[in-house]
Design a protein around this ligand. Structure first.
Ligand code: PLP
Length: 382
């Protein structure tokens, strides 16, 4: 049995959907992108949704819309996909890394408070792997310190905090439609904006900073913008994928619950947080922590070698696993630019070294999942 880390779900409706723009002859941003925006806005309850070419492009524009001064600092979690910090750099601001809570892999509010200086202008919390960040704490700090909040909800379609969809709490929120996400358009992203005025700025920025649509006469370009438009091929696929979303999320939740029951006996593996009544895990991926003993900077390299042995054994058994994501501050560019060392953010570094994502995708069968669990039990590296 071969079990991949993930598998996209494309059916006949998706295949028919992408043919529609081809038949119409209009394939750049058009009515299917608008429909997709409407569908995501309805699902999330966002007042405004603006589709863009990727989640990264969306985060870049969200920060651009905030008009940060040149010396601005933006606080980002040290454990996230590299794009979370990259967009801050691209805006000429400075990413200030902040350690995470190892139980949730999300921003630790106490560390966040300590990371804020008088140059801080925004916080970029991530709802990593589909689990909501501690928004009560983060929003309260933001209010007190008068900071913007841009939610990196790239992994979080189907994630709820206090019964409300994430990405709608901050000034802006950003979703991704990369193939490892619940809904995919190949590449793609969506900016959720609370204010109509801000959504208009995002619409302008994704289209070279144009002040309005052009036809015979071109509009003025009052802003310096980008070409971050989504194509109608992607928009049509997005609309069709959104129809499957409730099923996709239900399947993911069921498989995650099943993993949890089957893996409960493995005391060396810490499992992801469980959905509560009002906080719902979207289960973009099922990321565990290899923890045969309490991890610390002193033993993390030894445990890391054992985790890697475990992952290699699983690979030989046909099971794909992945490191959850990386400690951004420990990546070459950030180490060099800011003179950072891995141990500067201990929990982020431990998560980098010891996390392990297990296969999870809607069409995963119970037999495939049982195989993963059995091999995990057998592969424990003593
Ligand atoms: C936390 C996080 N932020 C940002 C991104 C960037 O999204 P995209 O790949 O659509 O550019 C991703 C992932 O893909 C992500 O996981």
């Amino acid at each position: 049995v071969k079990v991949p880390i993930t598998r996209t779900v494309f059916d006949r409706n998706d295949r028919l959907a992408v043919q529609r723009p081809l038949r119409d002859g209009w394939v750049s941003q058009g009515r299917y992108v608008r429909r997709f925006e409407g569908s995501v806005a309805r699902f999330t309850g966002a007042r405004n949704a603006v589709a863009v070419s990727s989640g990264t492009a969306g985060l870049h524009l969200a920060l651009a819309a905030l008009d940060l001064p040149g010396d601005a600092e933006v606080v980002v979690p040290a454990f996230s996909w590299v794009a979370t910090a990259g967009v801050v750099e691209h805006r000429g601001a400075r990413p200030i890394f902040c350690d995470i809570d190892l139980e949730t892999f999300n921003l630790d509010p106490a560390a966040l408070e300590a990371a804020i200086t008088r140059r801080t202008r925004a916080i970029l919390p991530v709802h990593l792997f589909g689990w909501p960040a501690d928004l009560d704490a983060i929003l309260s700090i933001a209010r007190r310190k008068r900071l913007h909040v841009v939610e990196d909800a790239a992994c979080a379609l189907g994630t709820y905090y206090r019964a409300r969809h994430v990405g709608t709490f901050g000034d802006l929120g950003v979703l991704s439609f990369h193939p490892r996400k619940a809904v995919t358009t190949g590449e793609g992203g969506m900016v959720l904006a609370r204010q109509r005025r801000v959504a208009r700025v995002i619409q302008s920025l994704r289209n070279h900073g144009a002040d309005g649509p052009g036809d015979t006469w071109l509009p003025d370009h009052g802003r310096l913008g980008y070409n971050y438009r989504m194509t109608d091929l992607q928009g049509a696929l997005g609309v069709s994928q959104m129809r499957k979303l409730p099923w996709v999320l239900a399947r993911r939740a069921r498989l995650a619950a099943r993993y949890r029951a089957l893996l409960a006996g493995l005391d060396w593996l810490a499992l992801p947080p469980t959905s509560e009544r009002r906080s719902v895990h979207g289960h973009q991926s099922f990321v565990c922590l290899f923890r045969p003993r309490t991890p610390a900077l002193g033993n993390v390299e030894r445990l890391h070698r054992r985790r890697n042995r475990l992952m290699l054994r699983l690979k030989r058994a046909g099971i794909a696993t992945r490191q959850g994501t990386h400690a951004i501050h420990a990546l070459g560019y950030y180490r060099r630019t800011y003179g950072l060392r891995p141990r500067d953010f201990p929990s982020a570094w431990i998560a980098d070294r010891l996390s392990i994502a297990l296969p999870l995708y809607p069409h995963m069968t119970d037999a495939e999942q049982d195989h993963v669990v059995r091999q995990l039990e057998r592969s424990y590296p003593a």
